[in-house]
Design a protein around this ligand. Structure first.
Ligand code: SAM
Length: 347
């Protein structure tokens, strides 16, 4: 059934209403988890057991929340999960979000999606038509057997590569491909991924494994350090750094000595970028999270259900965001894992 949306009407917001935390960081980037269901069981994320319970809201709730946040200065929205393509009504949400305009400059939102790619081949064009701007596909190996060992779903690899190619054909490129590197699983995939980036015209980004998994798998030794990653890349060709696109960019960008191919390194553990963080998250059950590693959820949905107006929601969100954590404490004595695992936060 198609979702019904209240009209966004004219967006009015004054500059003093923008989201700025007490550390002076402007919050312009929102990740929205539309479900915490997932069709993969990646070893670094999930337990491998299918949880009976999942949480997702009707699309008009997400739409209302995002509209309120856009009026507070959000400019980039990334839809994620769980696996967002499991929501059959996702193109409807994209179509509605694509109508919103930023308060600074009245531009369309930068509207992105993070997906495992399994269902992307058929959905890339409808999502592009609905107004999606960009896609990031998570893919942790270019060897189908290693891929299956990590995702714990046999026979899916070729669906993901078909999804990547469909996204490029649909004009959602350059597609970014995110690979979480995990000692003992896929560190030997670094050079094959470099070749994949060059052959397929995608931007491959290696992400450090973070302690956000449902299982207790993470140890400092399970993280592939940046220097090892760069050494591995340079066995293929000399690596050349590229300029950052923006201060809040999470990835350090590289190419090779012939200028062909782009590689990103996202190192939240060994080279944290909290000082420039511009992100907040909305979980699929309507909670605001101000940091991946927060010990708290902030229950926006409860306020909505108790009849808060848009203005009351906005004021409450401003207060919550002001208290955003300065940084994470991974690897420090007394570090506590966050109150939720990645699949229930929205990556
Ligand atoms: N299902 C979608 C996907 O696979 O991209 C979106 C959700 S997934 C939780 C978002 C991203 O989080 C993926 O790129 C995944 O690899 C990453 N991720 C999950 N657990 C992680 C962990 N423990 N450390 C680092 N990245 C992780």
């Amino acid at each position: 059934m198609a979702a019904s949306f209240t009209s966004p009407g004219i967006q009015e917001a004054d500059r003093s209403a923008r989201l700025i935390d007490k550390h002076g960081r402007a919050i312009t980037d929102l990740r929205v988890s539309v479900t915490d269901r997932c069709n993969y069981k990646c070893v670094y994320c999930r337990t491998g057991n299918d949880g009976a319970q999942y949480a997702e809201l009707p699309l008009d709730d997400y739409f209302r929340i995002v509209r309120v946040l856009v009026n507070l200065g959000i400019e980039k929205v990334r839809l994620t999960g769980g696996e967002p393509l499991l929501r059959r009504d996702l193109p409807t949400l994209v179509r509605e979000l694509a109508k919103l305009r930023t308060v600074d400059g009245n531009h369309p939102l930068d509207l992105a999606l993070t997906t495992n790619g399994h269902l992307l081949a058929d959905l890339a064009q409808p999502l592009k038509d609905a107004g999606l701007t960009r896609v990031t596909v998570s893919m942790d190996a270019v060897d189908p057997e290693i891929f299956a060992r990590i995702t714990r779903v046999p026979g899916s690899f070729h669906k993901v590569t078909a999804g990547i190619r469909a996204a490029q054909r649909a004009g959602l490129g350059p597609v970014k491909v995110n690979c979480v590197l995990l000692r003992g699983f896929n560190e030997d995939q670094v050079v094959p991924f470099a070749k994949f980036a060059r052959d397929e015209g995608v931007i491959v980004r290696f992400i450090e494994f973070m302690p956000l998994e449902e299982d207790r798998l993470w140890t400092p030794a399970s993280v592939i350090p940046v220097h090892e990653l760069l050494e591995r890349l340079s066995t293929f060709r000399p690596v050349v750094p590229l300029k950052a696109n923006a201060l809040s960019e999470t990835a350090r960008r590289y190419t090779f000595d012939d200028g062909v191919g782009e590689i990103g390194i996202i190192a939240p553990v060994s080279q944290a970028f909290c000082g420039h963080c511009s992100r907040i998250r909305l979980t699929s059950d309507g909670k605001i999270r101000t940091c991946l590693f927060s010990q708290f959820d902030h229950d926006l949905l409860a306020r909505m259900r108790h009849g808060a107006t848009d203005e009351e929601m906005a004021e409450w969100i401003r207060q919550v965001v002001e208290q955003k954590e300065a940084r994470h404490h991974i690897g420090e004595p007394g570090f506590l894992k966050p109150s939720r695992s990645m699949v229930h936060i929205g990556g």
